[in-house]
Ligand binder design. Sequence first.
Ligand code: GRF
Length: 199
Amino acid sequence: KNIVILISGRGSNMQAIVEATPPGARIAAVISNRPDAAGLAWAAARGIATVALDHKAYPSREAFDAALAEAVDGFTPDLVVLAGFMRILTAGFTRRYEGRMLNIHPSLLPAFTGLHTHARAIEAGCKVAGCTVHFVTAELDHGPIVAQGVVPVHDADTPDTLAARVLQVEHQLYPAAVRWFVEGSLVIEDGRVRHRGVA
Ligand code: GRF
């Protein structure tokens, strides 16, 4: 199975997935909308095909997404993985990869879609926080939930300390979700994910 990973920056989730590439899968490419993304250099140094597509070079979201789809499709992906990919995608793009595109979001969805999730969780007085892997649909940070990881929120937490605790869980959860997809154990039914073979 060919996996294409889309990033915008550091790429620590991408690294975790590359290092835990499941049997039967290969990381076909890492693509970034930011040419200076640190994750691109990391992937290239490991012999992974990399593509930088600078969104600023395109006149519209549609034009960028068309170029992005062409680049992604060039690697004939079975799975597209958004790993800190910080661009909103058009409905056309999300439809094209429906049921085969995953995202990780640093909150316990459906709470705290969008940005600044950790600051908002602290502000709201939440006692737990976490991360969610979900299939991507047209609506931002919605879509069938594959898995969630939970961490405590401590009284002394700042957005940064909470983010670091959640990120450790992300690095466990996302590779596991990718493995389940590759193994064919995720079934979407009525907008919800069922794990095949689990009652
Ligand atoms: C992660 O916290 C992810 O949940 C969010 O953006 C961050 C990306 O970090 N969508 P990295 O680039 O994977 O290190």
